[in-house]
Design a protein around this ligand. Sequence first.
Ligand code: HAM
Length: 468
Amino acid sequence: MAGGGSIQAPRGTRDIFGDELERLERLERLCANTAKIWGYSGIRTPVFEHTGLFTRSIGEVTDIVEKEMFTIPRQTDKAGADSFTLRPENTAGVVRAYLEHNLHKTQGLTKLWYVGPQFRRERPQKGRLREFNQMGVEVLGLQKGDSQERRSPPIANLEVMLLATDILNRAGLKGRVVLGYNTVGCDQPGCRDRYREELKELLAKEEEKLCSDCRKRIERNVFRVLDCKKPNCRAVCEELLTWHSQERPEAFCEHCKAEIEFIKNRLDQFQEGYASARSWFLVRGLDYYTGAVFELSAQGLGAQDAVGGGGRYDGLIEELGGPSVGATGFALGLERILIAQQDAGVDAFEIPDVGPLVYVAPMLPPGPSSSDFFGYGTESQLQMADDAFRLTVILRRKGFRTEFDLLKHGRKIANSLRRASQLGARFAVIVGEMEAKQQEVKLKDMETREERRVKQADLAAEIWKDIG
Ligand code: HAM
């Protein structure tokens, strides 16, 4: 600001008013209601946090922490004072709140959504701001396990991917979104560690072709090289692609391979309004991820085409002093969705009502986690779990608030019904072995206590009939 002149908003920030504010508020309501339909409850965390929260969670050697944080320096004259940072993203704050309020002790699995401003000191351009709004969700408290068998397979990860696409579809972007997914490997011996060493070795041979940043990255955080947008670095990475896609997958651990295979198959099965593809160089700009990650891109945004991204992060809760449990989530950039809507000529979209609660319960035998049945169950258990999840997704896409327990199974029917009534469910849908074989379910009206068998294909219509 030059002395005497008028004061303008800082670069990379925007005033939002009139029609644009209206559109943003509608989009926020759409996000909120869709998250509720998918079984998430809301949280708001402070706009600034202790700087250490972000350096510990996002990673010291990331663009965000190295260059993009807005930090209010520590007041050196005050003993014990800390520096604060405007949040560059919301995952770290949500995990901190989850631990601070002991949600990990009081709730089995915690599913939260949020909306609000985030701050990154990036070079402003179309779709890239220094203050921008995100909507996001986090699923916290997933079984991490101490062995390959006990780690919970990726049903929660799939759920958040499908929720993100449901929001974008409802926002009028059907057919204009691509979901790219990849794995960054995990902490099991011989997975990500080995990947890192192999990449270092390969890239070191090409070092002179890389930019100066990437040369440093080889030692400090080699995965970031895959993400560099500079043409020479891209060319080196393209050369690696054949190796990467044809030989490297064999070197990921069994769990990571099974996880990405599961996600690929189910994304194809649930396809509605989006295309999906393995994106071999997707590494994400934050270091907390483990296993499967994803990004959503939309037409009409130019260089900044990512409207959202997320994935599984199994180390962060423990890193911030909590128990050894895993998590997954995503965030969507609201300004970028508004640009994509404009490009698609969308000016009206419906805000979904949050329909009555439906509780879907597959009658699986006791096990450490429901998701085990997606990877390791018998054929009929697998079918029950699959049917229950598929029906859950169908009901949610139709606007019914639907609960599907991602964590614990082995409930008896009576226990499931008790749980359904504790949650205030209007309907319970029981997927038993017999019913699954005949592509049916038991539908119980929790108000009238009436119960009947209905075809899975007619479930939503039957529920509408009962509501009248
Ligand atoms: P992210 O990929 O850094 O992930 O950001 C998510 C989305 O926020 C991006 O895809 C983009 O749409 C939007 N965004 C990011 N930076 C800007 C910017 N400078 N201007 C405008 N929009 C921007 C995260 O933030 C993770 N916390 C997501 C997550 C949640 N992972 C697990 N849980």
